[in-house]
Write a protein that binds this ligand. Structure first.
Ligand code: BGC
Length: 704
């Protein structure tokens, strides 16, 4: 609990300028007023927080300037720690493929050890934007297409970042509320014109989960939601977030999003923009100085009253109090530095759990221990900087590449490397050498994909193929007809049906972070039996987008050889790979699904049990998904909805029972009036290793 009296005393002693200072967050790496002026404003109490800066000595120096201001209110230091700080873990879309909340929490906790030493007190993570459109570059920063997975990810990350009390962790920011992942055509900052139902069913539950987990901050998204920019969305930020969900933390705008309300066309000038954002529930204004410049006139024009400002300042001071900054503003510089490789083992484990084996034919993987000559070909085979993907503030320049990983794993093998093609620029000069290397090899590891700079913000893509001459390179190498493993590095699914057809094996290598190459080598050699599963449906072609497993039932469902059905005339009905797809070096069988009792009522739970067996010859871990379908309801329901997932580690020949429980709340839907209800009748449950319907086992029960 925050010390409310202390906050109130402080608030009562503040001038308007000092109050607005607390709402003013400035990018210390690019202060709009220049550095000397920034320091002057810090000393005058006109800036309340800084972002994009880290390192205890540097931050303590700035903190000292702020502590010399009249009221000595310390600064919050914010940074994006999307998937690591100094140690970089897999991109969120990749880490989600581990389907492992405990891992998600551990990597956040490990990052906190690094960021608190760097004096960071607020992170702009986790990103919780459900996304079903891989054209959108920021799909890389979130945990994929599913609402339940994103909600579990939210809870795990909030626990990991914040710890039990904020004094021992960093404040987390659930971002970007709302429906940012639904921007039209995947073009960043565009409009998300979606129904209230979709907003409530798909995009908002992860934010509610984060609030329930105690998240300290929320960031509204850049986009408009059906015409109302999220930064000016009082119904979302005041009525839903605060009044209904009970959120009591801070709302921090995205970078210059307040002033952008003018460009959105919902504010006539800076004064209106700042008043609108404040009234809509935005407490901190990031980088555009809209509040310090606009709110004094907004007061004069009567657009806001002092109580509106006080409310926001109170929230900011409360956060500072909860973080312990009012007692101890400085980061310790005497804490022993973390050993250099402290989190490497965790990063390697996260990397191998996040890689997804998409295809494996002709027993090409795992690589035989006596493989002598391996050719690693492609621009992503040995480029350490690329393995990070977007956001890697303090990581330095080095990471483990595939070449490094394989050389360490197979010291007796000859590992040749040819870049073959530039990652992005056309040019076929390197292809001949790559083909020659492939000819000499027993196995080819083809490392292709998009560049890390194409993952993340403002990186919408219209084509999801390989850039530059990488396809020419890949085709030339495949034509050598050596056993070939394709590793696709990307922050999203790439549409490469020709590659998945022709390579013997394919691995989604995403961007797996500092230890990427070691984790991938573990998978390639079988030191780790792959267990990753896709957190997004992988399309064949851009034209299939949006394609996701939990689409609504239609009157004319897609079916092979049916003319008038829900299909494209010129594309397959099925995706390239289903949500949840991911192969192992063993085979699992799921049988004996039961739902008991057969009828439930009230809050009584139904228990769902399935037997899962390892029918292969190596130990392995299977993730089982529990899907629900409500076949008859007042509103057409998705054909499958994920309700839970669980893991089973099985020795060869071993079988286990996996148990799930569903209760009334899991059966709820939004009725025609958009109010939550449970409608009596039959429910179907499906269990299996992916969302591929024909491979799921099913059972039914009734709700009375
Ligand atoms: C991004 C946010 C990020 C902020 C601060 C913005 O451009 O949209 O996700 O937290 O910058 O770095």
């Amino acid at each position: 609990m925050a010390d409310k009296d202390r906050v109130e005393r402080l608030l009562a002693s503040m001038t308007l300028e000092e109050k607005l200072g607390q709402l003013n967050m400035i990018d210390a790496g690019a202060p709009p007023m220049g550095e000397p002026e920034m320091e002057r404003q810090l000393a005058a109490g006109r800036i309340g927080s800084l972002l994009n800066i880290h390192g205890a000595e540097r931050l303590n120096r700035l903190q000292k300037i702020a502590m010399e201001s009249r009221l000595k209110i310390p600064l919050i230091f914010g940074l994006d720690v999307l998937h690591g700080h100094r140690t970089i873990f897999p991109l969120p879309i990749a880490e989600a493929c581990a389907f492992d909340p405990e891992l998600w929490e551990r990597t956040a906790k490990a990052s906190v050890e690094e960021t608190t030493r760097a004096a960071i007190t607020l992170t702009f993570a986790p990103m919780l934007d459900v996304c079903r459109d891989p054209r959108w570059g920021r799909i890389a920063e979130g945990p994929g297409e599913d609402t339940l997975v994103t909600s579990r990810y939210a809870e795990a990350k909030v626990r990991g970042f914040q710890g039990k009390t904020l004094r021992e962790g960093v404040a987390a920011t659930a971002k970007h509320m709302g429906a940012y992942g639904a921007v039209a055509a995947g073009r960043d900052y565009g409009s998300a014109d979606i129904s209230e139902r979709q907003l409530a069913e798909v995009y908002l539950p992860p934010f509610e989960a984060a609030v329930k987990a105690g998240v300290a901050a929320i960031m509204p998204s850049f986009n408009d939601v059906s015409g109302i920019p999220a930064t000016a969305h009082g119904a979302l930020l005041n009525d839903l977030l605060r009044a209904k969900w009970g959120f009591d933390g801070i709302v921090v705008s995205d970078y210059t999003a307040v002033v952008e309300l003018i460009a959105h066309g919902v504010a006539g000038d800076l004064v209106e923009a700042s008043a609108l954002a404040l009234k809509s529930g935005v407490d901190i204004d990031m980088q555009d100085e809209a509040y310090v410049r606009g709110l004094p006139d907004a007061l004069k024009r009567g657009l806001i009253v002092m109580a509106d400002i006080d409310r926001a300042v109170r929230r900011v001071l409360t956060l500072k109090e909860r973080l312990g900054l009012l007692d101890d503003p400085y980061a310790s510089t005497s804490a022993p530095p973390l050993p250099a490789n402290n989190h490497d083992a965790l990063a390697r484990d996260a990397a191998r759990r996040s890689a997804v084996l998409l295809k494996n034919e002709n027993s090409v993987l795992p690589l035989k221990p006596d493989t002598r000559r391996i050719a690693v070909i492609g621009p992503l085979g040995d480029d350490p900087l690329q393995m990070f993907g977007c956001w890697f503030a303090a990581a330095g320049m080095d990471s483990a590449t595939v070449v490094r990983g394989l050389r360490a794993a197979l010291p007796q093998a000859e590992i040749a490397h040819e870049v073959g093609a530039h990652i992005e620029e056309p040019g076929e000069a390197g292809i001949a050498a790559a083909v020659a290397a492939a000819r000499k090899a027993d196995v080819v590891i083809l490392c292709v994909g998009e560049k890390k700079e194409w993952t993340g913000e403002a990186q919408g893509r219209g084509h999801l193929g390989l850039p530059g001459s990488q396809r020419e390179l890949a085709e030339a190498v495949l034509a050598v007809c050596k056993p070939t493993v394709a590793i696709v590095f990307a922050g999203r699914p790439l549409t490469l049906p020709w590659l998945f057809e022709r390579a013997d094996a394919a691995l989604a290598g995403w961007f797996l972070g500092s230890e990427a190459g070691y984790g991938i080598a573990d998978v390639l050699t079988g030191a780790w039996n792959p267990s990753g599963k896709l957190s997004v449906t992988w399309p064949h072609d851009v034209g299939q987008i949006p394609i996701f497993y939990s689409h609504r039932a239609t009157g004319r469902p897609a079916a092979p050889n049916v003319y008038y059905c829900n299909r494209h005339a010129d594309l397959p009905i099925e995706p390239q790979f289903h949500f949840g797809h991911g192969l192992s070096y063993t085979r699992f069988a799921v049988t004996k699904l039961s739902a008991t009792p057969a009828e439930i009522s009230g809050d009584e739970p139904v228990t769902i049990e399935a037997a899962v067996a390892n029918e292969g010859s190596v130990a392995g871990e299977e993730t089982l998904f529990l899907f629900l379908r409500d076949p008859v309801a007042s509103v057409a329901r998705p054909v499958l909805e994920l309700k839970d997932f669980a893991k089973a580690m099985l020795k060869p020949g071993e079988s286990k029972t996996v148990r799930f429980a569903l209760s009334r709340k899991d059966l709820a839907l939004l009725g025609r009036d958009l109010k939550s209800c449970v409608e009596p009748g039959e429910f179907q449950v499906f269990v299996g290793g992916s969302a591929e319907r024909c491979k799921l086992v099913s059972a039914t029960f009734r709700y009375k």
